[in-house]
Design a protein around this ligand. Sequence first.
Ligand code: CDP
Length: 237
Amino acid sequence: MKTEVLYSGKAKTIYKTDNPSELIAEFRDSLTAFDGKKKSEVAKKGYYNAQISKKIFEMLEEKGIKTHFKKMESDTEMLVDAVEIIKIEVIPRNIAAGSITRKYPIKEGTHFTRPVIVMDYKSDEYADPMINEDIAIAMELATPEELKQIRSMALKINEILVEYLDQKGLKLPDFKLEFGRVNGEIVVADEISCDTCRLWDKTTGDSLDKDIFRFDKGDLTKAYEEVARRIVPEIFE
Ligand code: CDP
């Protein structure tokens, strides 16, 4: 049972429930890019992202990775553990795209011989600046032990996701993870969806993710539906 709104973000609304250790995350159709400067509403986006994220969380849990996901409350809402969010965006990168190609002399499409883990400080005020482990420790965002575990979980999740998505005809250039603390454990929080992953069709190379919105590359609902057809075919039956 959802009660009051705890927090309303750019793409999801988080509600309290009558159980203090559980929250409900509602995936909305709104989306933003470029630090909130570009905004829009796209039909069915929340639905597809919720379903894709659910399937990926369940798949990760089966492989022994702990997540905040508990169950779906509706087509667009998930019941999750109330976690203490660690304010670090952890970005595993396999193929160069986006900010790394703007900040460094690295060409888009470069395949990294080993995954690159980038960490950004999650802060709208500071525009998510890149940090390293020492800065994270100095800011007391996480302990050295937690950072070690986060890095190891991020690498493991990346390995699992690259293989899983490859079987669905999708390349995973990069994606963003958030972690939280609950009952003394580190778990994957937030979402893993077309909004938080770069996904390229293996044959055509087309973007099937939020880059369509960022760079006006076409029909976002159609692209997210295509990803949903590959990852959650059961919702189309
Ligand atoms: O997306 P942009 O090029 O501005 O930033 P990036 O650092 O290249 O993003 C790397 C990956 O993390 C992409 O898959 C983004 O969609 C994702 N990301 C995100 O989900 N949320 C953010 N606040 C930043 C990046």
